[in-house]
Design a protein around this ligand. Sequence first.
Ligand code: NAD
Length: 458
Amino acid sequence: MIQLNEIHAQQKKFFRTGRTLDIDFRLKALKDLKRVLHENEISIYKALRRDLSKPVQESFLGEYMGMLHELDTAIANVKQWNRKRRVRSPLMIFPSKASVVPEPYGQVLIIAPWNYPIDLCMSPLIGAIAAGNTVMLKPSEFTPHTSALIRDLLGEVFYDEYVCVCEGGVETARELLQLRFDYIFFTGSVSVGREVMKMAAANLTPVTLELGGKCPVIITENYNIEKAAKSIAWGKFFNAGQSCVAPDYVMVHDNDFKAFCDAFKSHTEQFISNSRFDYTRIINRNHFTRLIDYLKQGDIIYGGDYSADNLQLSPTLIVPHNTELPVMQDEIFGPVLPVITYKNSEDVISFINSREKPLVVYIFSSVRKEQEQYIRHTSSGNVCINDSMLNYVNKNLPFGGVGNSGMGKYHGEASFNTFSNLKGVHYKLNPDLPFRYPPYKGQYKTLRLFKRLLNRNI
Ligand code: NAD
């Protein structure tokens, strides 16, 4: 049984040795991580199959590929990201120069959810290592095979005093949160995110909260309904809809309602024909029951079949009875897709803006001006145009929520910055100009003159 407070104390001691400040040490750690993940690719798929019945294609696309991309990006760029970043100094403080110097926060705590149990542990871990921190990582208790594998793999390449996997449930998470970390990175639900932030506040520990919410999809009249329906069906049923970035509900123009439902049915049927076996299951009975309840909150247009024994629910399209019901208020996080209609873009914007800020807004439109209108007039962590989910994969795009969907961004350089204190450094140069020093007599005029010169130079 690991004693969390002891590991925490060892990590503090290790961080103070300054070894993680060495960029070669970090590079080696990232390369060791890559090697062990690469050598165990098949074990990763097996663990995901046991925990979630994830098809290997979804494990590869949704977990393995993205994680390796994150690792390769960090390995290729960490030296560059860690450089002193020169910034200009205003004439007002002439003569001087300035830079931003990234420094590791120190001890980082990462708490992860179950829905992409590999990627959501590894992606933040990569950023934390690249930035030079030590890490205590708590995976989800709902994916025990994957969590045990993560523990074993990280244990092969890292000492606990540097990176330690702390398995366990809520109690373990709470015990960890009692300890004083320099940064906390949490991915999970909004309600737990609130608790994490409360506990972090006790030590004034900065947090990133990667939370959930309802991601709306807007299909505009000018866009090809077939293409939109295909992309949405794929995004919604990947991982059985258990993705924070899954399209949550669709808003389609009145005139296109029937065409959308028909296209959606036909594409979904093609996806699932003869592939019963290749469909991720719902994580547990609580979530399964919650999802089955949603089926009563609307007219089922397609799907609605389920197997309680296998915890599987077929891809389902419903028209909700009204937009105040839980299916239109809570994050669905499963393969149920409500569709509602609208008359004009103002209705769409005001509907979205009347709700909590989503993690992603999906816009299907072929008109640039219309895309811009939705981008500018709605608020969300991210926007994805004419596709679903793939915005998550681009490591050059900072990813994260806003408002209820979270705070802070990560992926690629954004991860490095998140796990670094970007320290501003001012260098005083010579000569030391006299007019800021007392006695002030007569200096006001000189300062005004200086300001006039400055205004010309800004
Ligand atoms: P969860 O909030 O229940 O659990 C997340 C983690 O927090 C787990 O490790 C769990 O053990 C721990 N935890 C649970 N209760 C806790 C408590 N009271 N105090 C401290 N820690 C606690 O979330 P989940 O069910 O594992 O994951 C699903 C949620 O995560 C969804 O809302 C989804 O949208 C969100 N999510 C967000 C992102 C993102 O990038 N924004 C990605 C994946 C999932």
